[in-house]
Design a protein around this ligand. Structure first.
Ligand SMILES: O=C(O)[C@@H](CO)OP(=O)(O)O
Length: 345
């Protein structure tokens, strides 16, 4: 593909993020991403000013039928009576995916899996930075895993959102928990964002590797064996989940619980984990089990998809609010941002 056409096609997209602790993806400047073209996966690097190198590109799409509400009206959430009007104006919704910020065990280079470890100070900063990047993107519903590092990331990111709605964790684990966490003002409810935490978005269960040091494990069992445990599609680590097993529950959850929300017009953010998100991206971008092997996600980098006319269109990682970026791509997002400006000034 000619450089100019490529630039035009991708503009400011910066995804799937930069090099993470595995070191298996090369980072160029601030961002790098994997692109898939004709069954091939390419590393694409982005220097700070957007210079790039690549050989091919494909937007990920899936088939579905849909009706949507607008991303353009910042005061119109799907719970708001204006949602039918806005549905007429625009039929796109936003889907944001964020891998949690750095955890204390990412920092120590330990296999973490389903062990519930909080963020480091750097992880907190990454979550706040992610929040700045998505501060002009509408969010009506938030899904997180059951693990604190994903929940901290979602909550910290939302402190930066310009709409200033309050994210509230839904406690549906028992009738009593549900009753005791009710909100009795419709007006207040409109200013909240439901947060649904579910174990099916958890990191893949790493079995007997949980708590072990990644480098020491590679020294003991050999680099190749450990790479196979970490990145093969269908080979599980001892007594743990393979990516395929993780995908079975994470993608099923996405399809059963999250897709219907997108179809009904809600803008959704998902804060989850390296492997649960890799499996969801595999589904959204229709990656093969071979292609997903080399997909790496960085901590704290948000990725934006637009769901429009039954298709998921990957837009990349939104840039900071002061810079030109993803807004150039969709009129509805630009309009949403403009309305936020008007509302807040
Ligand atoms: O330890 C883990 O739980 C995961 C993510 O940090 O590691 P990996 O990179 O091997 O998937």
């Amino acid at each position: 593909m000619a450089a100019a056409a490529f630039q035009q096609a991708i503009g400011s997209i910066q995804s799937y993020g930069c090099c993470n602790e595995s070191g298996s993806q090369k980072a160029f400047g601030n961002f790098s991403m994997k692109l898939v073209s004709n069954g091939h996966v390419f590393n694409v690097g982005f220097l700070k000013r957007g210079t790039c190198s690549t050989r091919g590109w494909k937007l990920g799409v899936i088939q579905a039928s849909t009706s949507h509400t607008s991303v353009a009206n910042p005061v119109s959430s799907p719970t708001n009576s204006n949602s039918n009007d806005s549905r007429k104006k625009s039929n796109e919704v936003a889907l944001i995916l964020i891998r949690h910020g750095e955890s204390l065990w990412n920092e120590k280079n330990l296999f973490t899996g389903c062990v519930d470890v909080p963020l480091t100070k750097k992880g907190v900063e990454e979550a706040l930075e992610a929040g700045k990047r998505i501060s002009n993107i509408p969010v009506d519903m938030i899904y997180t895993s059951a693990l604190i590092r994903a929940q901290m990331t979602a909550m910290l990111a939302m402190t930066q959102h310009r709409h200033k709605k309050v994210p509230i964790i839904q406690h549906n684990e028992s009738e009593q928990a549900k009753a005791w966490s009710q909100v009795f003002s419709e007006e207040t409810k409109k200013q909240t964002i439901p947060v649904i935490a579910d174990w099916r978005l958890n990191e893949r269960m790493y079995g007997e590797l949980q708590g072990l040091n990644k480098r020491e494990t590679a020294d003991k069992y050999g680099k190749e064996k450990v790479h196979e445990w970490r990145r093969s599609y269908d080979i599980p680590p001892p007594n743990g989940e393979s990516l395929e097993m993780c995908a079975e529950r994470a993608v099923a959850y996405f399809r059963e619980q999250i897709e219907p929300q997108l179809l009904s017009g809600k803008n959704v953010m998902i804060a989850a984990h390296g492997n649960s998100l890799r499996s969801i991206i595999m589904y959204l971008d229709k990656l093969t089990s071979q292609e997903v092997i080399s997909l790496e996600l960085s901590t704290g980098i948000p990725m934006l998809y637009i769901f429009k006319e039954g298709k998921f269109i990957r837009r990349g990682s939104p840039v900071a609010p002061t810079e030109a970026g993803v807004y150039a791509y969709t009129k509805s997002l630009a309009l949403y941002r403009q309305k936020l400006d008007e509302m807040l000034h």
